[in-house]
Design a protein around this ligand. Structure first.
Ligand code: NAI
Ligand code: MG
Length: 369
């Protein structure tokens, strides 16, 4: 059997520090014979610029394209503020998203019981929360043409962004959301603004059709995106999977993120289209946060977002649902025992560093598998 291949791009700042904690978990899994991951490592962002003068080299792009899954840390930092625009660290991530065709962005919002008091909302509103936001990532208003600022005859300026969606683009993201809902609680809430946007009308029609014809067993409801924002803060547990476009997804996923506390806790997955021959999807897994240059090198980075991103890879790229569940459980138990990195500690609570948090999660995981 061919090995499952992982391509690691730790990146800059705290990226390598949190990726190291994932590498020890992978080494454990391979040693135990629970997985047979082959590992390769590359450079992205500022570290790639320092080595090769680009945000990601062609050789590393080729490896990312060939891998079963890419694990990405974070890129950027003040050191590279002055580099040419095309070589800026973010260009590496954008190139990966584009060339891998990552059109589906998955952002879970899970509230661990031990951290329910860290939310800005009341404990009973967020405790036990487990929702998944599925955001379309490669279409919509961020990419639609025309996109310009023009000067009018009277000297005034006029700015245009264009929201564009085709049937195909809506169908494929809808199928991702319905498939995920089937493996969860069987509910999809599709958020758009059909009351004021033509793209919202089409979105609603296409999602309805896919739901009716292909996923009769999944409960589908439609919600206006602004109401969805309100309901996420009022009573988020009413949702299971939220399906939405690029722009609304940008905003709604940030609301979802803050329901559960710190940036250091939030994983994400980005998926491409299934390969016609193998059915496998290109995929990239990364924490939601950036390279945190303010704490890089201090040992204060919380590795949980990166570890939970690897958990999503186990689940979505390799079908290792049981292992993924146990990794999530290991995180919950460590938090339950009171271990805290600085970012998730309440005032006066003792804290542990990146290595200690990673080691504690691995120890719990070892006891569970
Ligand atoms: P950031 O997410 O790096 O940090 C925001 C705040 O959260 C900082 O105070 C940081 O210390 C803290 N934080 C973030 N992750 C943490 C973790 N795992 N543990 C503990 N604390 C954590 O966002 P910021 O400061 O706006 O950007 C820093 C750099 O990262 C910039 O160069 C930015 O362009 C880049 N960036 C990269 C992203 C990516 O690689 N996908 C995403 C967002 C920003
Ligand atoms: Mg955002």
């Amino acid at each position: 059997m061919a090995k499952n291949s992982l391509f690691l791009l730790p990146g800059d700042g705290i990226g390598p520090e949190i990726m190291a904690e994932v590498e020890t978990i992978i080494a454990f899994l391979n040693r135990k014979g629970l997985t047979d991951f082959s590992l390769d490592r590359g450079l992205v962002g500022g570290s790639a610029y320092d080595a090769h003068g680009v945000a990601i080299s062609e050789a590393d792009m080729a490896k990312a394209l060939a891998a079963d899954a890419v694990l990405f840390g974070a890129v950027g930092g003040p050191k590279w503020d002055g580099v040419p625009y095309d070589c800026r660290p973010e260009a590496g991530l954008l190139r990966l998203r584009k060339d891998l065709g990552l059109f589906a962005n998955l952002r879970p919002a899970i509230c661990y019981p031990a951290l329910a008091d860290a939310s800005s909302l009341k404990r009973d509103v967020v405790e036990g929360l487990d929702i998944l936001i599925v955001r379309e990532l490669t279409g919509g208003v961020y990419f639609g043409e025309p996109k310009e600022i023009v000067t009018l005859e009277n000297g005034e300026k006029r700015a245009v962004d264009t929201q564009v969606y085709t049937t195909h683009e809506i169908e494929r993201i809808a199928r991702v959301a319905f498939d995920l809902a089937k493996a969860r609680n069987g509910r999809v809430s599709s958020a758009e603004k059909r009351n004021v946007m033509k793209s919202g009308v089409l979105w609603n029609q296409v999602v309805t059709k896919i739901g009716r014809e292909e996923y009769a067993d999944v409960k589908l409801d439609h919600i206006l995106a602004d109401n969805c924002a309100m309901q996420l803060v009022r009573y988020p547990k009413q949702f299971d999977v939220i399906l939405t476009d690029n722009l609304f997804g940008d905003v709604l996923s940030d609301i979802g993120a803050m329901l559960t506390g710190s940036l250091g806790m939030l994983p994400s997955a980005s998926l491409g289209a299934p390969d016609a021959a193998t059915g496998k999807r290109k995929a990239l897994y990364e924490p939601v946060h950036g390279s945190a240059p303010d704490i890089a090198g201090t040992g204060a980075a919380n590795p949980i977002a990166m570890i939970a991103s690897f958990g999503m890879a186990l689940r979505y790229s390799f079908g290792l649902i049981d292992l993924a569940g146990k990794l999530d459980e290991a995180i919950a138990r460590v938090l339950g025992k009171g271990l805290r990195t600085k970012d998730i500690a309440q005032k006066g609570e003792a804290t542990v560093d990146t290595r200690a948090m990673g080691a504690a999660i691995l120890a719990e995981f070892e006891a569970l598998v």
